[in-house]
Design a protein around this ligand. Structure first.
Ligand code: NAD
Length: 384
């Protein structure tokens, strides 16, 4: 068996997502056909109390620092996974590129459209560096299959598309405020940019780019405990529904698409879904029922029956896991990292599915900026 190349990673931001990546790297033997494997050699976080877990579980890490410039000066680090609050994306991503490191950034890839443009200009100035943005849900086998259907275009005429990401961790009004609910750290977009990339990844990949949008935005919780015995105002948007008009990229007609991003969706803990409804063929997948792909094939005059298929572990990148087993969030993270490493090493012309490109982050920001304006003015906003 050929020796796998080792790619040396640094992590900046060792919180929720930093840890998910670290664990994915430890699960790498589950992947059967990857040409390379990640090794975490350096980590950075302001919160040193996070280091103990990494130290205990990842002997490959040789640098622990609270100053990200020290990690960027580390010659061993080839590529950086940067998972920090949105207000830091611009400065950190640009400094990572200036230091000559490749980058996997987190969404929304800049706190607003202007920050995103400056990051993209820095990427243009460093064309030899590989840059992608994280988003894992389309790697669920059901989501991956819906993407494959979209490429085959079996719909007849698309009647409508729905894509969204719903959770309800904010339904508890007593939950103390954190940075994701503060405008200065999360940005004015609120839920739109926190969850929007999840809803947009497949539509952007297949060039379902809205021409115009109308957004309904809600602020449901106006204040929360501040964690210090008092309360703090909640000024970010909790829920957003973006209604879009999309021109089919090859067939010319337009169809409606909704993108939902809800932080307060009772009954949903973590639901990503995509539904494409067409005159001849329809498909629905939701992580709420992670095994089940629903499809309807309709021939004129025929009965209309939804078919429910257990898709099992039909992952984009082959693993040791048996095809009958269930797939979950951590599997999607592993698949996303497999896609990233594969593309980084090989730049293959055709990939089963890849991480978000910088250009797709720009399109995301165009849609988010238009949605924010629409939500505030109650007007339809054209996307230029
Ligand atoms: N892909 C996904 O499914 C997903 C899920 C959640 C969050 N995210 C994104 O990941 C990013 C991070 O979110 P998270 O949930 O991991 O947040 P988190 O708060 O759990 O972690 C962020 C970490 O950054 C650290 N940090 C803050 N300032 C720093 C600085 N100056 N230098 C070094 N470290 C610093 C914090 O101490 C914290 O540990 C955000 O962009 C968020 O939108 C993505």
């Amino acid at each position: 068996m050929a020796e796998k190349r080792t790619i040396r990673f640094g992590i900046i931001g060792c919180g929720l997502m930093g840890r998910e990546f670290a664990v994915a790297s430890a699960r790498w033997p589950a992947l059967l056909e990857t040409k390379a494997r990640p090794e975490i050699v350096a980590i950075c976080d302001l919160n040193e109390s996070l280091f103990g877990w990494y130290r205990q579980n990842f002997p490959s890490i040789r640098q622990f620092t609270t100053k990200y410039h020290e990690l960027l000066a580390n010659q061993d680090v080839e590529i950086v996974y940067c998972a920090v609050p949105h207000n830091l994306h611009e400065q950190f991503y640009m400094d990572i590129l200036k230091a000559g490191k490749h980058l996997l950034g987190e969404k929304p890839f800049g706190i607003d459209a202007a920050a995103n443009e400056r990051i993209l200009a820095a990427i243009d100035a460093h064309p030899h560096l590989f840059v992608r943005c994280s988003s894992e849900f389309p790697f669920f086998p059901g989501g991956h299959q819906v993407h494959k259907y979209i490429l085959e275009n079996p719909w007849g005429r698309i009647i409508e598309v729905h894509s969204g990401y719903l959770h309800s961790s904010d339904l508890n009004f007593q939950k103390p405020i954190n940075w994701k609910r503060m405008i200065e750290f999360n940005g004015e977009y609120g839920c739109l940019s926190d969850l929007g990339m999840h809803a947009m990844h497949i539509p952007l990949r297949v060039r379902w780019i809205p021409r115009r949008v109308y957004a309904s935005l809600s602020k449901i919780v106006t204040e929360r405990p501040d964690g210090k015995g008092s309360t703090a105002p909640c000024v970010t948007w909790d829920n957003g529904t973006i209604t879009c008009e999309v021109e089919h990229p090859t067939d010319g007609y337009t169809f409606p698409m909704t993108l939902k991003t809800y932080r307060i969706s009772p009954g949903e803990t973590d639901t990503w879904y995509i539904e494409v409804i067409g005159t001849k063929f329809s498909a629905k997948f939701s992580t709420k029922f992670p095994k089940t792909l629903k499809t309807m094939h309709y021939v004129d005059g025929d009965t209309q029956e939804w078919r429910h298929e257990d898709v099992g572990y039909g992952s984009a990148y082959k693993t040791i896991t048996g095809p009958i087993f269930e797939f979950g969030f951590t599997d999607a993270i592993l698949q996303m990292w497999a896609a990233l490493v594969e593309e980084f090493v090989d730049r293959p012309a055709h990939m089963p599915f890849g991480c978000i490109t910088p250009e797709e982050t720009r399109l995301q920001h165009k849609i988010l900026a238009a949605a924010l304006t629409s939500g505030k003015t109650h007007q339809v906003v054209e996307i230029g």
